[in-house]
Design a protein around this ligand. Structure first.
Ligand code: IVH
Length: 678
């Protein structure tokens, strides 16, 4: 009996996690906090450990990445995965239209759909009885590679459909086509993380997505920020919509991610009239697009039009002009990052690319310069795509004059002049002088940032000012600043100075995990800092941890363990810690329960009945963690009754007293809304 109800609870949990995953990754509109999501996952893992026999292919835990494969198996697609012919102008589009009207006059009665042409990789997703069972690459259009386990780690791909109960009939066989890609901001963040860790950065989002999907180890794919947008039904055991617009709507209703940029238009004139708006939009789309796809909305007519080679006649890609130009590489500059990583960048003869003047571009790392044999004075090809920072593709060696110079990695830091270092097995070169001014600016900038000590009002300009004025020589000096010190700086009046000092003071109360993150230890970001704070009571304990001990913590590998030990062994850092301690910046680890803002402070809760996913104790913990109080009996002081199934006398009493009732979902919502009722 108890097993039965645990099983039901388990299935409900699977469903709820899928739902919240969908809210987050497909709709970009989460209903619960990351913490709550993690708690649900933790509970799910607990049940699965007890009952491995319950785990099915649609379990959210399978998104973490399965065992590595030896090789990919081939899969034949249920229907050819076609490509698209290209157009380059409005005239080309009209010519396409004239060609297909001449072949079939029903084209005249069809409307059109315009969709972004996502610069990613085609993926083919198979569902059987609503469960995701297989995913493949495009391959040659007939046969692709089975990358199911990798695709399972992509959270935007539903593991089962439909996500919401909507009375829809789920086809026994359903195969969907989409494009896998990486959002530009996620790509930049990934590269920044790699750069800070002294690892090789990726060249562009598309190659990264492609490389990630073709990993034999799904755990590696899981670590990359891949996502997907879908746009076609390849095969189904049920009749499918007769229009492209209907297809997009069906996909959306089933819980698949579908682009919100898709448009339906009545005539080819309207399509052509939209081109300038799509050109305009190009820079604001949060992922790389290489054009617009124009599709005949009537899919039967489109199918009957047939193909030319692998290109269907019923659709065409209007390609954006390539944003690649050549210019002269005047010099190679070197930036010093927060962790001391030296990063080369190209200083260019200013050049316009798609309406933007570009003077600098990413050169990735020193290995890249060597591998591509890029020389100062070379004519080089650069690309600006989407929101991604412009990057160098390579030199045009054919036009060399002989006057080009080979670049040498600086032996001293361009900012502080101290010798640079290179660690065995890493691509990056470092300035290891922690007093280096360039590093100090980046360090302080990181120390005060949102996920760290969050000192409001201390932006990069002020950071530069206080460092330049010699007021701050390490992060701990922030805590001995006075309003009088700041008044000497440009732009500071009394009020502003006092506000900043107050914000610095307030930050002394930040948690241990924030302080650990704030220190900027190589490889230790927000997530790692939280894990460390869960294992050590304070900085003293962390400071004395050995590499072996650190490596026992999940996620801490030898590199990170070594970086932590190295950080604490440096006298300059030890001094910073002592100064922080003296200033009262010495947080103690908090129990998980008491972290987070106290959004339920002042409310008293009574819980009654069986809640859908939380046990009584878990609901209590959730409330208390958020600052609320729980009691066992209803009184006039009760703010809320949290109500599950089979509630008894407490409900009656609450109703006579007019106490407000909440479901479990309402409780989450209340926390999400910072304790405000909506
Ligand atoms: S439709 C018959 N729609 O572009 C269906 N393709 O050069 C043909 N692509 O291989 C494809 N976004 O990988 C279609 N909204 C979209 C697309 C799209 C990107 C890719 C797809 C295809 C390539 C064609």
């Amino acid at each position: 009996m108890a097993e039965d109800s645990l099983f039901l609870e388990y299935r409900q949990l699977v469903k709820d996690i899928h739902f919240h995953n969908y809210r987050y990754h497909v709709l970009d509109d989460p209903l619960i906090s990351d913490y709550e999501y993690d708690q649900m996952m933790k509970k799910l893992r607990g049940i699965e450990e007890q009952h491995p026999e319950w785990v099915k292919e649609d379990s959210p835990t399978r998104r973490a990445g399965d065992k590595p494969l030896d090789r990919f198996v081939k899969v034949r697609h249920p229907a050819p995965i076609l490509s698209l012919a290209n157009a380059f102008s409005g005239e080309d589009l009209r010519a396409w239209y004239e060609r297909i009207v001449a072949l079939d006059d029903r084209v005249q009665h069809s409307t059109f759909v315009m969709e972004p042409k996502i610069d990613g990789l085609t993926v083919v997703l198979h569902y059987e009885n609503g469960i995701f069972v297989r995913g493949a690459t495009r391959g040659d259009g007939e046969v692709g590679e089975d990358i199911t386990e990798n695709l399972r780690t992509v959270k935007a791909i539903p593991l089962h459909i439909p996500v919401e109960e909507n009375g829809m009939h789920v086809p026994q066989r359903f195969v969907v086509r989409g494009e896998a890609f990486i959002f530009s901001k996620d790509f930049d963040a990934l590269n920044q993380k790699l750069e800070e860790a002294g690892q090789k950065t990726y060249l562009n989002p598309r190659n990264t997505a492609a490389g990630s999907l073709r990993q034999l180890d799904p755990a590696l794919t899981a670590a990359r920020p891949l996502t997907v947008l879908t746009y076609a039904i390849v095969d189904s055991s049920e009749p499918t919509p007769e229009t492209q617009w209907g297809t997009l709507n069906l996909l959306k209703a089933l819980g698949f991610p579908v682009s919100s940029l898709n448009q339906q238009l009545d005539t080819i004139d309207e399509v052509v009239a939209q081109i300038p708006a799509w050109n305009e939009r190009r820079d604001h789309i949060p992922f790389e697009v290489d054009g617009v796809v124009i599709k005949l909305n009537d899919l039967r007519v489109a199918a009957e039009l047939g193909f030319v080679g692998k290109d269907p006649r019923g659709a065409i890609a209007l390609k954006y002009p390539a944003r690649e130009v050549t210019t002269v590489l005047k010099d190679i500059g070197v930036n010093v990052g927060r962790t001391g990583v030296l990063t080369p960048y190209a200083i260019l003869d200013a050049v316009e690319i798609g309406g933007v003047v570009v003077k600098q571009a990413t050169l990735h790392n020193f290995d890249f310069i060597k591998e591509k044999d890029i020389r100062i004075g070379d004519r080089i090809l650069i690309k600006r795509a989407g929101d991604v920072i412009p990057y160098v593709i390579g030199p045009i060696k054919e036009v060399r004059t002989g006057a080009e110079r080979i670049f040498t990695i600086p032996e001293v830091c361009p900012s502080c002049g101290q010798p640079t270092e290179h660690f065995e097995g890493e691509v990056a070169w470092f300035c290891v002088n922690s007093a280096c001014p360039a590093q100090l600016v980046r360090n302080v900038e990181h120390f005060v940032s949102r996920g760290a000590m969050e000192i409001v009002g201390l932006g990069i300009k002020i950071v530069e000012q206080i460092i330049e004025a010699g007021l701050v020589k390490d992060v701990a000096d922030l805590y001995t600043l006075t309003a009088a010190d700041l008044l000497h700086l440009e732009g500071f009046a009394e009020k502003k100075a006092e506000n900043l000092i107050e914000a610095i003071r307030v930050s002394k109360a930040q948690s241990l995990e924030r302080l650990i993150n704030a220190l900027g230890i190589r490889g230790v970001g927000e997530v790692m800092a939280t894990d460390l704070a869960g294992h050590y009571a304070d900085m003293d304990e962390l400071k004395s941890a050995s590499e072996t001990e650190l490596m026992e913590i999940e996620g801490v590998g030898p590199n990170i363990a070594a970086a932590i030990v190295d950080w604490f062994s440096r006298p300059a850092n030890q001094l910073v810690l002592e100064k922080l301690r003296k200033s009262g910046v010495w947080p103690k680890a908090q129990k998980e329960e008491s972290s987070g803002p106290k959004v339920l402070m002042g409310y008293t809760f009574v819980i009654t009945g069986t809640l859908p996913t939380l046990s009584r104790d878990e609901a209590k913990t959730l409330i208390e963690k958020n600052g609320g109080k729980t009691t066992d009996s209803v009184s006039k002081n009760t703010s809320f009754l949290v109500l599950g199934e089979n509630a008894g006398s407490k409900l009656e009493k609450a109703r006579t007293l007019g106490v407000r009732e909440l479901s479990e979902a309402d409780l989450y919502q209340l926390i999400q809304n910072s304790g405000k009722l909506v």
